[in-house]
Design a protein around this ligand. Sequence first.
Ligand code: GLU
Length: 312
Amino acid sequence: MRPIRRDPGRVRRALATLALVLALLPAAGGCGKEGSPPAKGPKPGKLPSYKAATTFRLPSSPTWRRAERRGHLTVGVKEDQPYLGEKDPATGRYSGFDIEIAKMMAASLGFKPSTIRFRTIASANRETALQNGQIDYYVGTYTINPLRKRQVGFAGPYYLAGQSLLVRTDEKDIHGPRDLAGKRVCSVAGSTPLQRIESDYPKAHAVAYDTYSVCVDNLLTFQVDAVTTDNVILLGYAAKAPKELKVAGRPFSKEPYGIGVPKRDNALRFALDDAIQAYERNGDWKKAYDATLGLSGVRAPKPPPIDRYRTG
Ligand code: GLU
């Protein structure tokens, strides 16, 4: 008979990992119980407050007209991306840099923050949600690219990210995408990072889920070797679990973040372009960044120039 070996260290490590996985799951049961420590998140006192433009009208935008009639905006966002778009499972409240951008845009269109209805939409469903009117606009780490521009419109960019890799802290072999040959790497369906891995690094074993938090759980439980997406998303997860996770190597793509709008609504797109510029100039963009994304350890960069592109 094989003797039963006890390894308390291993058991402890497994339990710690399990606790972390539960903590990172956005809607895990039992989270946010009264008395549980608050998650490290945006500092509410440090966030700017945005004044809704009282006399603003945009009758040339069908999206704006509809929203005005119904009295609220529906905005598509993410709910599991630390410091960018996060939903508190206890209160249902959303926070993060993308959420702040969404609020700035709402104010510029004449809508108070209390009239915004946030709706979580996964990467793969963004274009359809905009096309079928489920949402008025989308703010959630949404890369502007020519392929997507055929289906939706983009205001911005309001931030420039780059694809990167997240690994466990004890990982020694993965420093860049070339090291992924023969390794399992997780990303999200319908995302540009997944497409890039599949097309440019075919020796990697790509695994796709609907959300990055599921990928991170897979990394923590040794089911994949890396997670790939934009550096800012990964830095957020690493900041939440610095003992277990780290970002490896340098960014290897350019991901300019835009606000997705219905394709033919140029009036809305240009109005949001103007709004982004105004909030960058009055300092609120930087203030919002410092209170949210800045917490994952990266200083506010200069925002990229707005691309007011014309459509034929
Ligand atoms: N920015 C990339 C994209 O739009 C990755 C992040 C995401 O999936 O939202 O596909």
